[in-house]
Structure formats: C-alpha cells, structure tokens
Write a protein that binds this ligand. Structure first.
Ligand SMILES: Cc1ncc(COP(=O)(O)O)c(C=O)c1O
Length: 370
C-alpha cells in the first residue's frame, strides 16, 4: 500500500523571491522591530482588507486575548466555551479571572446563548465566545444578553479571518475581536495576531499595553507588556495577504468536494454552517461515536495521514481546569463532550491533491462500511 505524508494543514508560504524583496529592505534599514514600516503597512492593509476600523498587530493570538481581557480591567468570572483551543481559557486564567463554562450548540459547535444566560452571576463581567472553525456565533442573542447584564463581549476570532455575515466583517461584532496568524491559519505571519476595536480610545490604550505601557521617552503610563509583532513577521504577512484570496478559493473547492463525497454516507455529520462568507480553514467531520472516530483516526495514522481531533478532549476534562470551579459542574457540558468525542478535522490546504482527497474519503468509507 502506498504510504503518504499528509498533515491536517500545510503552512502556505509565498515565493522566497517575494519575501526576499522585503528582507533586503529590512536589512538596508536595520529596523527589525518596534512598530516598523511593515507592521504599520500590514495594519492598514489588513484593516482595509477585513473591513474594520482599528486593528492592532501583536506577536500572537494568545497575547491578543490577554490584552483584550486586560484592557477592560475585567474582574471575576468570564463566561466562555469549553469547545476550543486551550489558549482561550488559559488567557482568562492567566489574567487572574475565572472561566465559567457554558455548553455549546450541537449543530454550530459555538457557545449556546441560552446556556450563557444560565451561568450569569453578580461576579460575571464578560462573555468570551469563539467562532469555532470560523463559523459565526449567534451574535444577535449574545448581544442582547450582554446588554441586559452589562457585560463586555470578546470574540476569539482566531479561526475567522475574512469571514463576513450579510456582507460585513464579523470582526466588528462585540467590544473586541482577536485574530491568530499562527502558521496553521489561513492567513499567517508564522506567529502573530491582532485585536480589532471600534473606538480610538480603546485602540490607544491597547497600543500602550502592547509596548510596556510606554507613552514617550520619559513616561510609562501603565503596566504594559511586550506584545509587539516584528518586521520579519509583518513582511511575511504582506506577502501572504496578496495570496490569501486564492487560498480561500482553493480551500472552498476542497471543502465542497469533501462534503459532497462524504455527505452520501449517512453515518457522517457536518457542522451546520451559518449563512456567511467562510474561509474554509477547517474541515470538521462528526462520526457516530468515539470508538468509530478513533478507529478512523488510527487507520489514517497507519497510512501516513494526520487529521486532528480538534478539540478533544473538551477543556473541562483537564485537571487544572476542573480545579478552578466548584460552582459550575462540568458534568453538565454534555454536548461539548459529545462533539469533542466524535469530531475529526480532515486535512485541508490549497495544495492538497484531488487524489489525496479521494484516498482520505476512501479510508473513511472503508472503515464505516466495514
Ligand atoms: C480558538 C483559538 N484561540 C486562540 C488561539 C491562539 O492563537 P496563537 O497560536 O496565535 O497564540 C488559537 C490557536 O491556534 C485558537 O485556535
């Protein structure tokens, strides 16, 4: 049997010649960090591309989350989803806040607004929701709940680069959205991230927080941190921004092909996509149960194919998180646990070959149909 090597994603890189053009200029100027010309260029080009007003680049998506929580001086409890990458919850804990989990919707895999409402206490200060795999949250409902209880809304939009709803960017939802430009994302700067805000005041405060709190040469205004993106990252971002539309288009074709070919198998279910312009960075598939998911996964590994069990187990299964709260029994996260036990994210990236997709679909069908 032919052995292949396919990962869940493959970092998309621009041509070396293109990147080198930027590097030559960086070398000539000897300016490699501290809000250099390429960070500034990328900030304004991204703001335009994404259709947002104030965008601030940072060194990674986790720092973006930390700064988002920090800038509002939040206290107490943050209601969040258990079905996400650990960074979402870890940022809450790192900022000295308590994560309180609300279960997800079984179809969209996003935090369920009805469950949010049940978790609100006098100590709740914000909602930190995730657009899981780039699928937009139910913002209308979340917004109403937040307004009723005077809560801030932070969206972890790490997966939602370029996603629009009714023609406008979902990054404009809530009080702050954060992005990740990690190498596995549809748009990448190797490591990197961004914050999107709507007010100049918040933007200026985040700028201070990103750079040690330094106001000018003689004044430090607050206890900031070093969250700066550097010029090498920004240059990679400028190259990748020229290519991202083409990559999204290619991923879309692959996504559709997977859905068409796997959709005929009644044992397979998909995430219900909210009607929006998606970026197709992930290809999640649900199997009937964990045993079948794991046997499909093992069969893939034996063939040199590495899908990922994003996000298994769900975060409430980890001891360091369990210890944090007695008030919100994690046993109630039944939907998140169920989805986490059945999901597999299949390989998707623009250079994935048609033949490889056929092989992947064939492996799944063989395992399911015995
Ligand atoms: C939902 C989510 N939030 C936050 C992050 C953290 O982003 P970063 O790796 O850029 O720190 C990730 C990482 O991939 C993620 O998937």
């Amino acid at each position: 049997m032919k052995k292949i090597s396919i990962n869940v994603t493959k970092t998309e890189l621009p041509s070396l010649a293109e990147y080198y053009r930027y590097l030559k200029k960086i070398w000539r100027s000897s300016w490699i960090t501290n809000n250099g010309q390429y960070v500034q260029q990328l900030e304004s080009r991204l703001a335009e591309y994404l259709g947002v007003k104030y965008l601030l680049l940072v060194a990674n998506g986790t720092l973006a989350l930390q700064l988002a929580l920090k800038v509002f001086k939040l206290e107490g409890e943050i209601i969040t989803t258990p079905f996400t990458f650990p960074a979402t919850t870890n940022a809450i804990i790192w900022e000295g806040l308590t994560p309180v989990f609300a279960d997800i919707n079984p179809e969209t895999f996003n935090i369920n607004p009805e469950e949010i409402e049940k978790k609100i206490t006098p100590r709740t200060s914000a909602i930190l929701a995730v657009h899981v795999y780039g699928n937009p949250c139910h913002h209308d409902k979340i917004k109403k709940i937040a307004a009723r209880h005077r809560l801030k809304i932070i969206y972890d939009a790490a997966h939602a680069f370029g996603v629009t709803y009714h023609g406008t960017s979902i990054l404009n939802w809530g009080d702050i959205s954060t992005l990740s430009f990690h190498a596995t994302k549809i748009f990448s700067t190797a490591e990197g991230g961004a914050l999107i805000v709507k007010s100049k005041k918040l933007y200026e405060r985040l700028k201070l927080l990103r750079n040690f709190g330094i106001k000018n040469e003689e004044k430090v205004k607050l206890a900031g941190i070093n969250a700066k993106m550097n010029e090498l990252q920004a240059a990679l971002g400028l190259c990748n921004l020229d290519l991202v539309d083409g990559r999204i288009e290619k991923n879309k074709k692959i996504f559709k092909l997977y859905r068409q070919s796997l959709g005929v198998n009644r044992q397979i279910m998909f995430q219900k996509l909210i009607s929006a312009k998606h970026n197709y960075c992930y290809m999640p598939v649900l199997f009937p149960n964990r045993r079948i998911r794991d046997s499909v996964y093992n069969r893939f590994l034996s063939r040199g194919i590495k899908p990922r069990k994003y996000f298994y187990p769900d975060l409430t299964a980890f001891d360091y998180i369990k210890k944090l709260s007695n008030k919100n029994p994690f046993s109630s996260m039944t939907i998140s646990r169920n989805i986490a036990g059945r999901v597999l994210c299949l390989p998707i990236y623009s250079s994935l070959k048609y033949g490889d997709i056929k092989t992947i679909v064939g492996i799944i069908n063989k395992e399911l149909d015995g």
